[in-house]
Design a protein around this ligand. Structure first.
Ligand code: DX5
Ligand code: ZN
Length: 227
């Protein structure tokens, strides 16, 4: 039924998802392969447009190359103003899942439905300042909820601890898996898992060291937070 659907059913699997934002883009396939050796089972792909966030990254052609270069599912995090325009191109690139920001989309229900219609799993993302209630009425249309644990735009920022309460609140609202993104390290991983998160995105903590060892360390630390 899809990667996130399986995570939701299994309940207690902790997923390590390296964010390639902090990888060496000239050696993307190798970087992802090294994180995969450390237990990564999903690749997090950050798309920024210099409008919704003050940074600029990569798009569908790079996603297509990465899909061809790894057997891990590719999870696209769209930090862009008009995500609807990009959904078909990322689906054609072969990505497994696409998430959109509640703050960036006017017709959120329509956009999430469009993601599912092209055969991808659909995620909704919340900035740190956005309340959980913002997504309450679209929860039937989502396969996962991505809680930003930093303000989106850059790697290497510090985890915002108030987000632990938001993760708990969202888990009271839905059985869909919670993914967390920003400031995830071996220190913060047990705390987010204990709060209910299961998919741990980590960029700088994985790629600024040895990706295999760091990925393994973060997943292991996350597992220690399981009840
Ligand atoms: C930030 C991106 C993240 C980023 C996280 O806006 O969405 O995926 O790579 O980086 P770290 O893990 O370094 O906080
Ligand atoms: Zn991200």
């Amino acid at each position: 039924m899809g990667f996130f659907g399986d995570i939701g059913r299994e309940g207690s699997r902790v997923v390590g998802a390296p964010s390639i934002l902090s990888a060496d883009f000239a050696h993307l396939a190798d970087e992802v392969a090294r994180a995969r050796s450390g237990g990564a089972t999903l690749v997090h792909f950050d798309v920024m447009d210099n409008h919704f966030v003050p940074n600029l990254t990569i798009g569908p052609p790079v996603a297509a190359s990465l899909v061809a270069a790894t057997d891990l599912p590719v999870d696209v995090h769209l930090m862009v103003e008009n995500p609807d325009n990009l959904i078909p191109a990322f689906a054609d690139a072969g990505v497994a899942s696409i998430s959109v920001h509640a703050e960036a989309v006017v017709h959120l229900h329509r956009t999430l439905t469009a993601i599912r219609e092209v055969g991808c799993e659909a995620g909704v993302v919340l900035n740190p300042a956005t309340p959980p209630e913002a997504v309450e009425w679209v929860l039937p249309e989502v396969d996962y909820v991505l809680v930003m644990t930093v303000n989106p735009g850059f790697g290497g920022q510090s985890f915002i601890p108030q987000m632990l309460k938001k993760i708990r609140r969202i888990k009271q609202m839905t059985d869909a898996p919670v993914e967390v993104d920003g400031g995830i390290t071996a220190e913060t991983a047990p705390r987010v898992v204990e709060a209910g998160a299961r998919v741990l995105v980590a960029g700088s903590a994985v790629f600024r060291g040895d990706p295999e060892a760091e990925m393994r360390r973060i997943i292991g630390a996350g597992e220690s937070g399981l009840g």
